[in-house]
Each structure stands twice: as structure tokens, then as C-alpha cells.
Design a protein around this ligand. Structure first.
Ligand code: FNR
Length: 362
């Protein structure tokens, strides 16, 4: 009898669907409006092919990299995603332990269901903290200070959510407002009368839609941590981000949950990389489901990728072990693609190892 154990990360999605209440599964899996970008994030990777080289000594493969001074086992980080307790009772504590076991970095979401402090005390993974700027700046400031005090190593400022995208499944399901553990005791907002997605209403009542490039200076003034900006999709904004003095860029469309018809992230990666001119590291998230996807992103100039939904689906299916398996699978697949492409080390993966639809054939 064939094994029912997942053999790739997409199979965790099927298990998660069997496990989760529909409202939560839809919240995790869904994207904005027609979900065009959601499909494109995956399909854009599938349109890129790999140009393998043979007869290279690949008896030893090293997938490790250093990101902002942190040496990790593979260029695959955990993206910030909200509310892990909807997936598994231990929430982000389980995710953080899995990230530590995989020797990678976890980015804790602002909207986590375990607090900054709880996650810090539960594991020794390198942690970054993702920030949404709250209408009340004093609260954002407190969150940044708490993250710094509790050993988080960078602030990831999400720039693509001045308000929430229209996620129609959540509207239909009347998605609950998730408990915002990090805001406990700081604020109460009543969304009980809302008829659609309470999650969306809560976000729109709290997020500061007036945030501007000038505010990076404010963030810089309240923390000594490196600042990474998440949600860049154009050369124009990449240039502004570097000029604003950020320490890193994440090419992201928020897992296609914000602006539908935003481009697939991998399709604009090179544009951003060229604008940045190696002044700061460029990372990418969105649609990474295979080791070959990681390989392609690296070939196009990313230093690392982050994964969102596969972590949530691993967590829903099998708790901490599920997240560990997801991270392990992607790392193993990356190792295989490196061996089969003639790249023993990450630095051996170059632009000439991939072909995109916009490359010339000769
Ligand atoms: C997210 N994402 C996200 N991003 C962020 O900056 N703060 C957050 O709280 C969340 N929350 C969140 C919840 C859920 C359920 C998802 C699926 C995504 C976006 C996330 O960091 C990342 O950009 C995408 O998930 C990457 O795409 P994939 O890997 O899910 O395709």
C-alpha cells in the first residue's frame, strides 16, 4: 500500500484542508479578489527553466548561507503569517521550534497568536519581528522596543498593507477577528457589528494608511536593529528603499492577498535586483513550493526566499513536526537541484543557470 505521508509541500495543503475548519483553511489559502496573482505566483516559477551543467564534482553540496550576518542551513526562511493558533494549539511556539531545528530564521508576525515574549522564551531560533505601523505610533514603538529587548534581530516593515486587500472568501465566511496577542492590554476595538470579514475591519481600523517613505526615518530613530522592507515590486520603490537607508528588501506581494493583478514576485525579481545594485540584500516570497523554485529565485539574484502558506499547512497537518518536514523537504529538494545543476555551493548558482521567457535564445 502506498504511503499517505506527504512527499512534497503541496501535499501538506491537502492534509491541512482535511484538518482545518473551512473558515480557517480559506483564510490561509485564499488571495485577493479573482486570485489572479495567487495563481501567477506559482505559474511564473513554472515558466522558468533551469540550465544545468554536468560533470562538476557535486559529491558535497552546501546549502548554507549568511543573511544579515546570521549563518543558516539554507536560504529558506519562515515568512511572517498571522494567527498560528488557528492551525495548531501551540501556535507560533511550535513554528519557532521547528525553525530552530531547521537552523533557519523565523519572522514573527505582528498578528501572532503567541506574544513577542512567549516566542522569544520558547526557542533559540534567530527571530525577526514583522511590523505593521499602527495608527497610534506609541503602540508601534512599544512593539519595536519589546522585540529589540527580547532578542529579535531585525524589524521587517510590511509596506504593502495600508489597508487590507479584498479577500472574498473571508468576507463570505464572516472571518473572525483573530486575537491580537501582541496588542493585549494596549487597545480594544469593537468589530462585533461587522457583517463581513471582522479580520479585515479590525485591520482597517488599526493600520496607519498615512505611512510614507519619510517614516522610515522615524522607525530608524526608535531602533538600532536592521530594517528590512517587505512588499517591494518595482525598480522605483527599490531605489527609494535603498535611498531611505533600509538594510534589506523583500520582493513580495503579500502572498497575493493585497492587490490582485500585482505581478508575480519572481517575474519582477530581476528588475528589483538591478535597481538595488547589490547595496542591500534582496529576498523574495510568494509561491515558493519546490527546491527548484528556491534555486530559480537565487539564480535571478535573491539571497534567500521566505515561505508562508507551506509553513501554515505543515503546522495544521502535523504541528511542529509538520513545519520541520516542510522546511526539510524544501532544503532537500534545493540540495538535489543544486547537485543536478552542477552547483556545489549557493554562490555557484548564477544567472546563467536559468532561462526566463524574456531571455534571448542566442
Ligand atoms: C500572510 N502574510 C503576512 N505578511 C505580513 O507581513 N504580516 C502578516 O501578518 C501576514 N499574515 C499572513 C497570513 C496568511 C494566512 C498568509 C498566507 C500570508 C504574507 C506572508 O508574509 C508572505 O508574504 C506570503 O505568505 C508569501 O507567499 P506564500 O509563500 O504564502 O505563497
Amino acid at each position: 500500500k502506498a504511503s499517505s505521508e506527504p512527499v512534497n509541500v503541496e501535499e501538506f495543503k491537502e492534509l491541512a484542508k482535511l484538518t482545518l475548519p473551512k473558515m480557517y483553511y480559506d483564510f490561509y489559502a485564499g488571495g485577493a479578489e479573482d486570485e489572479h496573482t495567487l495563481r501567477e505566483n506559482i505559474q511564473a516559477f513554472q515558466r522558468i527553466t533551469i540550465r544545468p551543467r554536468v560533470l562538476v564534482d557535486v559529491s558535497q553540496i552546501d546549502t548554507s548561507v549568511t543573511i544579515l550576518g546570521h549563518h543558516i542551513s539554507a536560504p529558506i526562511l519562515v515568512a511572517p503569517t498571522a494567527a498560528h493558533k488557528l492551525a495548531f494549539y501551540e501556535g507560533e511556539l511550535a513554528t519557532a521550534r521547528a525553525a530552530a531545528a531547521a537552523k533557519t530564521i523565523m519572522v514573527l508576525s505582528y498578528s501572532s497568536s503567541c506574544s513577542i515574549e512567549e516566542v522569544a522564551s520558547s526557542c533559540n531560533a534567530v527571530r525577526f519581528f514583522q511590523l505593521y505601523v499602527f495608527k497610534r505610533r506609541d503602540i508601534s514603538r512599544q512593539l519595536v522596543e519589546r522585540a529589540e529587548r527580547f532578542g529579535y534581530k531585525a524589524i521587517v516593515l510590511t509596506a504593502d498593507a495600508p489597508r487590507l486587500g479584498r479577500r472574498e472568501a473571508d468576507i463570505k465566511n464572516k472571518m473572525i477577528a483573530i486575537p491580537e496577542k501582541n496588542l493585549e492590554g494596549l487597545i480594544t476595538i469593537d468589530v462585533s457589528s461587522d457583517q463581513g470579514s471582522k479580520f479585515e475591519t479590525f485591520a482597517n481600523k488599526t493600520l496607519d494608511a498615512s505611512l510614507r517613505w519619510e517614516d522610515i526615518e522615524w522607525l530608524r530613530s526608535i531602533t538600532t536593529l536592521p530594517i528590512i522592507i517587505k512588499g517591494i515590486l518595482t525598480r522605483e520603490d527599490a531605489t527609494k528603499a535603498v535611498e531611505a537607508g533600509v538594510d534589506g528588501i523583500i520582493v513580495s506581494n503579500h502572498g497575493a492577498r493585497q492587490l490582485d493583478f500585482a505581478p508575480a514576485t519572481v517575474s519582477v525579481l530581476e528588475e528589483v535586483v538591478h535597481a538595488v545594485k547589490a547595496r542591500v540584500p534582496v529576498l523574495l516570497d510568494g509561491g515558493v513550493r519546490r527546491g527548484t523554485d528556491v534555486f530559480k529565485a537565487l539564480a535571478l539574484g535573491a539571497q534567500a526566499v521566505l515561505i508562508g502558506r507551506p509553513v501554515l499547512f505543515g503546522l495544521a497537518a502535523k504541528g511542529e513536526e509538520g513545519v520541520r518536514k516542510v522546511l526539510e523537504m524544501l532544503k532537500n529538494e534545493l540540495e538535489t537541484s543544486m547537485a543536478l545543476s552542477g552547483c556545489p555551493c549557493i554562490k555557484d548558482i548564477t544567472r546563467s543557470h536559468v532561462r526566463t521567457h524574456y531571455d534571448k535564445l542566442h
